[in-house]
Design a protein around this ligand. Structure first.
Ligand code: 5AD
Ligand code: SF4
Length: 467
């Protein structure tokens, strides 16, 4: 990367909205900018470059970004009065969708760039710094973004993300992703394995494979053929040091037998799957263009449970999709009762401009959708609470990621993604250990690591207690 010296001593502040893909992308932007001489700061007021990495999936996403830009304009003016220049950039899916409208509505913005052009960020920043024109870069270039991303390190503990797939070709009628993230692209297996090895060398024990539709991954195999996700997972499981593998987010239609086999055969693949179904009504699933019906979904869940009996499911639901009647909603409730979820996200449908569903006349009244959402969330919450409560008294394997708020406590996650707070020495950080669950909180578990005699003695000595 050229010109790193020009920006020495400068700092970048990134505010990330939305999904894990954005968190991952923000880390990658920091990596790229570090090469160009920027360091990350947590202090907005002292940053030289401020990036809003935006998400477009929720309602009023643009308005939230514009009001944040209003606040940043004041900061930029103040810094100018103090004699220093800051650059303001808008990245991510709102940038992709709004493009140069952002420059028109927010004169304070210097750079607008979409998810496919991050690798050009250092050059854009340099141009803007040198007083060049305001830039909009929201193309979907033919070149592969994956090839250009710096091999940087993610902050934090032993659980890391790895993007293997970008974009989506499914075109669910409510969703902006195919328009903002573009066509599906799969990263080659070798490049994924290289990054996985590097993450392990940096301390990763758990890797979450990311993609907008991750199980549509169909990348080049090491011998030049094509693999699907199940095969890739088996390949990654052979890397020494990877103890846990997860993937998100999946589409039920793209769960094939090879992937189900991976759940059967790969012990590192965690028995927790986020498999959004959106609705239990065939009529609504068809209107959403989901390419499967409720029976297909049940069938897939059955096959997964047969392959890995301890697997638990998470899902996304949309209520109040245009044309949803009471009987359609009742089918969603029936599905939730029949499948049973350890956790789930549920949303009231919101029309996203430019998507086919936004043009359907038969929109559901807001009060009806709100009432349905409340009913669904009550049921999902009850299922989540029951699953959480059932962990009491069990021994749960936890990957410890960070120190807890209380002295002597460290925190991590169970195979089912539950946050677990445990009494254990710091030496367990980055390791997997069994926790005896003694207490269940609203969203988390509390317990104690069963220490062997030697460790118990060491811990007691460290605390000044004689045994
Ligand atoms: N309205 C409501 N929920 C939506 N989602 C995506 N688009 C919309 C929309 N227009 C939800 C879906 C998806 C999750 C990430 O966000 O449930 O799975
Ligand atoms: Fe959006 Fe997921 Fe449907 Fe793709 S599969 S269009 S990302 S909801």
């Amino acid at each position: 990367m050229s010109g790193g010296g020009l920006n020495l001593g400068k700092s970048v502040f990134i505010k990330t909205y939305g999904c894990q893909m954005n968190v991952y992308d923000s880390n990658r932007m920091v990596d790229l900018l570090e090469v160009a001489g920027y360091s990350k700061t947590e202090h907005l007021s002292s940053a030289d470059l401020i990036i809003l990495n935006t998400c477009h999936i929720r309602e009023k996403a643009e308005e939230k970004v514009y009001s944040e830009l209003g606040r940043l304009t004041k900061l930029k003016t103040k810094r100018k009065e103090q004699g220093s220049k800051i650059l303001i950039a808008v990245a991510g899916c709102v940038a992709q969708a709004e493009g140069k409208r952002i420059l028109e509505r927010a004169p304070t913005v210097d750079l607008v760039f979409g998810p496919q052009t991050y690798h050009r960020l250092p050059f854009m920043v340099q141009n803007a710094m040198a007083g060049g024109k305001r830039i909009v870069d929201t193309e979907f270039p033919v070149e592969d973004k994956f090839d250009h991303l710096a091999q940087g390190s993610q902050q934090g503990g032993p659980s890391k993300f790895l993007t293997i797939q970008e974009g989506c070709d499914r075109f669910c009628t409510f969703c902006v992703v195919p328009y903002t993230r573009g066509a599906e692209q799969s990263r080659p297996a070798i490049s994924i394995a290289q990054e996985a090895r590097r993450l392990v060398a940096d301390g990763a024990r758990e890797i979450t494979l990311l993609g907008q539709n991750v199980n549509a991954w169909h990348g080049e195999s090491p011998s030049g053929g094509e693999w699907k996700l199940g095969r890739l997972i088996c390949y990654l499981a052979e890397i020494e040091g990877i103890d846990r593998i997860r993937y998100t987010t999946s589409h039920p239609k793209d769960v094939d037998d090879e992937l189900i086999n991976a759940h059967r055969e790969v012990p590192q693949l965690m028995p927790f799957l986020h498999l959004p179904v959106q609705s239990g009504s065939d009529k609504i699933l068809a209107a959403m263009n989901r390419h499967h019906n409720a029976r297909d979904y049940f069938h897939t869940v059955e096959k997964l449970r047969k392959a890995r009996p301890e697997i638990v499911l998470s899902s996304d639901f949309i209520v109040g999709f245009p044309g949803e009647e009471d009987e359609d909603f009742a089918k969603t409730i029936k599905m939730v009762n029949e499948v049973g979820y350890a956790q789930a996200y549920s949303f009231k449908y919101s029309a996203r401009p430019g998507t086919p569903a936004a043009d359907i006349i038969d929109q559901v009244e807001d009060s009806v959708a709100a009432e349905r959402l409340a009913g669904l969330q009550q049921l999902l919450r009850a299922q989540q609470d029951a699953f959480l409560s059932a962990q009491k008294g069990k021994k749960v394997k936890v990957l410890f990621e960070r120190l807890g708020k209380q002295v002597g406590q460290i925190c991590g996650r169970s195979p089912y993604m539950h946050p677990v707070h445990a009494q254990a020495p710091d030496s367990f950080l980055g390791k997997i250990a069994e926790v005896h669950i003694a207490e269940v909180k609203t969203n988390s578990l509390l317990g104690k690591v069963e220490l062997g005699k030697r460790l118990a003695r060491n811990a007691a000595v460290a605390e000044g207690v004689s045994l």
